[in-house]
Design a protein around this ligand. Sequence first.
Ligand code: UGA
Length: 466
Amino acid sequence: MKHICVIGAGYVGLTTGVCLADLGNQVTCVEIDSRKLDLLNRGTLPIFEPGLGEMLQRNMRSGRIRFTSDYASGVPQAEFLFIAVATPTRAGGDGADLDYIRAAAETLAAHLHEHTVIINKSTVPIGTGDWVSDIVKRHQAPNSSFDVVSNPEFLREGSAVLDFLSPDRVVLGSTNPLAAEKVASLYLTLKAPIIMTDLRTAEMIKYASNAFLATRISFINEMSHICEQLGADVKQVAVGMGYDKRIGHSFLDAGLGFGGSCFPKDVRALAYMADEGGCHPQLLRAVLDINNDQRVRLTRKVLAIAQKSVNPIVALLGLAFKPNTDDLREAPSLDIARTLMAEGVTVRAYDPAAMKQAVTLLPGLQCAPDAYAAAEGADVLVLVTDWNEFKQLDMERIGNSMRSANLVDGRNMYDPDTVKAVGFTYIGVGRGNLNHASSADTHTMVAADEATIGSSLVLNGRGAGA
Ligand code: UGA
């Protein structure tokens, strides 16, 4: 059992604190936002994250985790001090705003005693570990000593607990390998590969990982546009590519592109750092441009249909930037809804978790109690977020209740033939084969969804051998 203090109870800090408590450690979380602190002290999560609430309550009951706004009550007894505060994009620029990190480093420094390992979990610009070390040196309590370790977090919203407890790897960077080894001891039970490196390389691994995943998404989205123009189906292209072990299947879902608090911010920040360092980050710029174009193109498709009606109504299924979260940061839904409303379209939406925040961000948005109510009387139904609960909707009932049964599937979630059979006009992303003469043949030979691809491969194999 180790004494751990976590500064900042956002997504990363809270997941880190709760999971480390669950692994048997004694954890104090320092959070200066009094609203969040009140909720946490009552055992309530201030964020939406499946599974984390139950784990929080269990560890509060067993006394392994507590919350305070007071550095003096958490920092001095901690052997490990995690910094997990926000690093938003700096106002008016693309660089990261490090004000929260600076404040945390200055404050914790004054409360250090004996030897402490200070661990940076937040995604921070390359060089921040050295900078934090300088700040702490300038403010540190007498007779204290410390090391700084970079330990970037790779968890995803919506699966944060699972990602923390079953990481693909743990990355630790430090100028002192002994400090990194001490941190490694916290993760040994997770049985993940541990990569030990220097501070700046560890910081860069995080940015490079997010930028690479974002690049995959923009790559497949660019393919989707080409597929539309040339009469191919991007969904099947992705499946066919993914079986190449060097490529793999993940992060090749074409759709509305990436949103959220990480990919857009981190790609922008990396491009900014590259510019500052005299590089020319042309690939990163293209990744961002393609991501933006994807939303614009889909909105145009929706408008083109909607504007055929007088007083058009568009129904949005989903608002959150992805399923299993209420997070609307950089969500495609915001751009889509704003553009449609600016064109005089009535926008009605349903999201299982994000409607409360959406009404404040999107004045004029109508919210519906469920998907059926959202679609009633609408001219276009747009699937924006691929929540599981949208997979089993009675599409016939929905189509019959709409003024005009048009479905724009922003995540390629629905089977085109199934929805067409109940009367919908279907438009997906990169499904060029649907408008192509030979599409029926292609569809019977190569199944688009993962569940049936195995049998279709056998079919194709037989075809080839015959
Ligand atoms: C991302 C990374 O996946 C985490 O590893 C990382 O720790 C985190 O950022 C972070 O830096 O904190 P997250 O933003 O929670 O996690 O969400 P993802 O599940 O990665 O999805 C990001 C976006 O990409 C979503 O908008 C999703 O809809 C989109 N996406 C994802 C696609 O459009 N296509 C895909 O194939 C995959």
